[in-house]
Design a protein around this ligand. Structure first.
Ligand code: IPD
Ligand code: CA
Ligand code: CA
Length: 271
């Protein structure tokens, strides 16, 4: 019998091929909120993933971003983002993925993030490790924020309430740079494989983080809330990093939460 992870890998590859097909022919978008985009590719991918999960694992619950949810009778729950990076996708910007994560009684047990544009498949299983295609993953080594490349994201909903611009500015001043790639799952996968030292965001959904948080911890990194407390699926605030810079980021975050900015925002000089 196929393991949960093997099934998730097959489903992610199939959905990723479908996404790549839509990406080639460019699709239009609709709005779910003021700036919250959705495309026919999101819906087609979710239909495929949910159908496959339900036929393999009839008793499992499924939580899908585009409404394909199903309450099962077992303690297993799949979190599905059928297209993470929809805004990029709709603009033809090739940074997007499909991601699936499985939790058992609230604990992540396996996860997959598939990037069809680069044919990179990130996968991980609780206690067994994380991989990029067939290569075992380890987080990066830099131990100082000043030597780090980090990433963040800004959710499309309730943008006007998002405090992250303050964090963005302070982290940009303290690191080699802050990337905003537009795909939270890829950001987390990149922390797991050492391309980034850290990622944080304030408005994540369970399906954005499910697989990625498992990958980072299986690759030897740390995943917590913004104060160093345990990361929980369904808590919107997440910090994931290589472990070596964890305390330094938390200390900087604490200052920002307290309204103490090491570097003030520059005044705009009229020219
Ligand atoms: C979004 C992306 C983005 C992140 C948002 C997510 P979507 O997912 O991951 O990078 O900043 O919070 O909602 O809407 O493209 O699936
Ligand atoms: Ca997403
Ligand atoms: Ca999505």
């Amino acid at each position: 019998m196929q393991s949960y992870l093997e099934a998730a890998v097959d489903i992610a590859r199939e959905a990723g091929a479908l996404l790549a097909h839509y990406f080639e022919r460019r699709v239009g978008f609709e709005l779910k909120g003021d700036f919250d985009l959705v495309t026919e590719a999101d819906r087609a991918s979710e239909k495929l993933v949910v159908e496959r999960l339900r036929s393999h694992f009839r008793t499992h619950s499924v939580v899908g971003e585009e409404g394909g949810s199903h309450e099962g009778s077992s303690e297993y729950r799949w979190y599905v983002d059928p297209l993470d990076g929809t805004t990029n996708f709709a603009h033809g910007y090739p940074v997007y993925n499909v991601t699936l994560g499985l939790a058992r009684a609230g604990e992540m047990v396996c996860g997959v993030i598939y990037d069809p544009a680069r044919q990179e498949l990130f996968s991980g299983e609780l206690g067994s490790g994380a991989w990029l295609n067939n290569r075992r993953l380890r987080v990066s080594k830099p131990a100082r924020l000043a030597d780090s490349l980090v990433a963040t994201g800004f959710p499309s909903r309730k943008r006007h309430l998002n405090i992250n611009v303050h964090f963005y500015h302070q982290l940009a001043m303290a690191t080699h740079g802050v990337r905003r790639g537009g795909s939270a799952a890829i950001d987390l996968a990149y922390v797991a494989c050492g391309r980034l030292e850290a990622f944080w965001e304030f408005g994540l959904n369970p399906w954005d983080m499910a697989a990625g948080m498992l990958l980072v911890s299986e690759a030897g990194g740390r995943v917590t809330d913004m104060h160093g407390g345990p990361a929980k699926i369904g808590e919107a605030r997440l910090l994931a990093d290589n472990g070596a810079i964890h305390d330094e980021i938390l200390a900087l975050f604490a200052e920002i939460f307290a309204g103490r900015f090491r570097v003030p925002m520059p005044e705009i000089q009229p020219v």
